[in-house]
Design a protein around this ligand. Structure first.
Ligand SMILES: [Zn+2]
Length: 307
C-alpha cells in the first residue's frame, strides 16, 4: 500500500481498492478518516502504519459501512485511539443487535458472522446540527450528507481538503457498477446536489479518486444513479412483487448470486432503487390477493396525486 500526499498535512493510504485519508498531527501521530475493510486490507494497513512509525490517535468515520469501519476496533485497541462518528451511525455499529436493525432481513446469527467485527465504541458523537468537530486539537469541518447511509457525513480537513466518503463515486466505479448502493436514494440524491456549492481545494472520493473540482462528477453521479433507477423501472411489467422484480433484474443485469450474503446485499440495493421510483412517483404500491405489489404510475394517477 502506498501513501499519497494530498495537501499540507492531509495524506491518503491507497489500499488499491480505496483511498483512506489521514491527517498528520505531527511526524508520528495521525488521525484516520475511516479504517477500510477487515478482509483484504487489515494486514496492509497495519504494515503501512508500522513502517512509517505512525500512531493512530483518533478515527473519524464518514459512515458505518463495513468497508469504512472494518478496522475501527482493531486500531482503537492497538493504539488506544478515540473514535468519532455521527450519532446514528455510531448507534448502528454499537452492538450486534443494532446492526440487525440496519441489516434488517438477515438473521442475527448471520449478522454476527459477517458484520460482528464492525461493532465498536464511539467516543465522540457528532450531532446532526454540528458542523465541526475537534479531535486531538485538530478541527474538522462536517457536512451532513444523509442517504448513502442514514447519517453519512463529508469531512473537511484543516488543509481545505474534503473527504467525500461514498457521497460520490468515481468514474472508475461508475464503469463497473451495476447498482451502486444508497440506503435511501432519494435523500442521497439531495445530498449530492447539496455539495454542489462546496468550495474546497481538493476532494477525495473513497472509491477511488482525487479531484480539484467535483461539479461535473456530481452531475455525472446524479445522472448515473438516475439512469440505473430507470433501468429498473423499465423491467417492471404489470404488477410485480419485490421478488418478481428481483428475479428479472438479476437476469437482465446479469448479476451472479452465489451465497445468501450476496442475495441480501442485492436485495437491499434493489429495494432502495424501487423505493426511489416510488418517491419520484414513477411507481405505486397496490395490494393484490394479499401480496404487496409494485406497478407503474399512469399519467392520470400522477395528476390525481398532485392535486
Ligand atoms: Zn458506503
Amino acid at each position: 500500500m502506498d501513501i499519497l500526499k494530498v495537501k499540507g498535512n492531509t495524506y491518503c493510504i491507497d489500499t488499491g481498492m480505496t483511498y483512506i485519508p489521514f491527517y498528520k498531527i505531527n511526524d508520528e501521530e495521525i488521525i484516520m478518516l475511516d479504517t477500510g475493510w477487515k478482509k483484504g486490507e487489515r494486514e496492509g494497513i497495519d504494515e503501512v502504519l508500522e513502517s512509517n512509525n505512525f500512531k493512530v490517535r483518533a478515527i473519524l468515520n464518514s459512515h458505518a459501512h463495513t468497508d469504512h469501519i472494518g478496522n475501527n476496533t482493531h486500531l482503537k485497541n492497538k493504539y488506544n485511539a478515540i473514535i468519532a462518528m455521527s450519532a446514528y451511525e455510531a448507534i448502528i455499529c454499537s452492538s450486534d443487535v443494532n446492526l440487525k436493525v440496519y441489516y434488517g432481513s438477515q438473521t442475527l446469527t448471520e449478522i454476527r458472522k459477517h458484520y460482528g467485527h464492525m461493532v465498536c465504541k464511539t467516543d465522540v458523537i457528532i450531532d446532526e446540527d454540528q458542523n465541526e468537530v475537534s479531535l486531538c486539537g485538530v478541527n474538522f469541518g462536517i457536512i451532513h450528507t444523509p442517504g448513502h447511509s442514514p447519517a453519512n457525513i463529508c469531512i473537511i480537513t484543516p488543509d481545505d481538503v474534503a473527504y467525500m466518503g461514498d457521497t460520490l463515486i468515481s468514474y472508475e466505479v461508475m464503469e463497473g457498477a451495476k447498482m451502486p448502493y444508497a440506503y435511501i436514494l432519494s435523500e442521497d440524491m439531495k445530498s449530492k446536489a447539496k455539495i454542489y456549492d462546496l468550495k474546497c481545494s481538493k476532494y477525495i472520493v473513497a472509491h477511488k479518486g482525487m479531484y480539484d473540482d467535483i461539479k461535473k462528477l456530481i452531475d455525472d453521479n446524479i445522472d448515473f444513479y438516475e439512469s440505473r433507477a430507470m433501468r429498473i423501472y423499465e423491467v417492471i411489467d404489470g404488477t410485480m412483487t419485490m421478488e418478481d422484480i428481483m428475479k428479472v433484474v438479476i437476469k437482465k443485469f446479469n448479476i451472479r448470486i452465489q451465497d445468501t450474503y450476496k442475495y441480501y446485499f442485492i436485495e437491499r440495493m434493489l429495494k432502495s432503487y424501487v423505493d426511489y421510483l416510488y418517491e419520484i412517483k414513477k411507481l405505486k404500491l397496490i395490494m393484490e390477493n394479499g401480496f404487496l405489489k409494485y406497478t407503474k404510475m399512469t399519467a392520470n394517477a400522477v395528476i390525481d396525486m398532485t392535486f
